[in-house]
Design a protein around this ligand. Structure first.
Ligand SMILES: [Zn+2]
Ligand SMILES: [Zn+2]
Length: 240
């Protein structure tokens, strides 16, 4: 591993990215998720419309979830200033969906229920990539926690609440040594959350108009940190 002063030791690009996220006060797993969705959307915006394999998948029922339909259109606009690939892909998905919906009108009620439940899962390929990336980041971080600097970084880092859960879930089914390491990390995380909760309660207490002048900088920061804790903290400024 290469180590620079004040930096977490990292052996490859994945680890550098996880380290960067932690060092910049971002949740490394949210960051991995965002990176994966950007990469998938970039690829689809560039080649999705002409990729025969992907068109075949659409014919088998693959589509986009709501947020990734919007993200695809935004990504294409950003990359090519056009919406052609998005239109081609959404047209192919809509055609298949329309045929399925028309077929349902001839089914009995239970057939309609089953058919609609099936259609309710968009089988979004971007979501699939995001889930894979999130799982890979969790596994890698638990491996890296064997290193003292990483263990400290994970204990004090701004990991969002959902991803504290995902790390803990994965640690709980890992070998004993990983479980032990995680319990030491989560003990520090819970202290961080204790401090945050108290500052947030003080902020809320001081939020009435007659007490607003009593709000401290720490309380203000706690309010923003609590939104990151619940909402995740991807790097919105990322351009790569
Ligand atoms: Zn997260
Ligand atoms: Zn999706």
């Amino acid at each position: 591993m290469t180590t620079q002063p004040g930096k977490l030791p990292a052996r490859d690009f994945e680890e550098i990215r996880l380290a960067e996220a932690l060092e910049r006060g971002r949740c490394p797993i949210c960051d991995a998720r965002q990176e994966a969705s950007y990469a998938a959307l970039r690829g689809l915006a560039r080649e999705g419309a002409t990729d025969r394999g992907f068109r075949d998948q659409i014919d088998k029922g693959v589509g986009f979830c709501q947020p990734h339909s919007v993200s695809l259109s935004r990504m294409e606009l950003l990359q090519t200033s056009s919406q052609l690939a998005t239109a081609v892909l959404l047209d192919a998905i809509l055609r298949r969906r329309l045929a399925a919906l028309k077929k349902l009108t001839g089914s009995d009620a239970s057939g309609q229920g089953r058919g609609l439940a099936e259609l309710g899962n968009p089988r979004c390929p971007v979501c699939v990539r995001v889930t894979e990336a999130s799982g890979a980041a969790v596994r890698r971080l638990l491996q890296l926690s064997a290193d003292g600097a990483w263990s400290t970084g994970l204990g004090t880092g701004e990991i969002c609440l959902d991803d504290v859960n995902s790390l803990w879930l994965a640690a709980a089914v890992s070998p004993k040594d990983v479980q032990q390491r995680w319990l030491a990390i989560v003990a520090i995380q819970l202290k961080r959350l204790d401090v945050l909760q108290k500052a947030l309660a003080d902020y809320a207490h001081n939020s009435t108009s007659d007490r607003r002048h009593l709000i401290t900088r720490e309380q203000q920061e706690a309010a923003a940190a609590s939104v990151r804790l619940f909402g995740g903290s991807p790097d919105r400024d990322r351009t790569r």
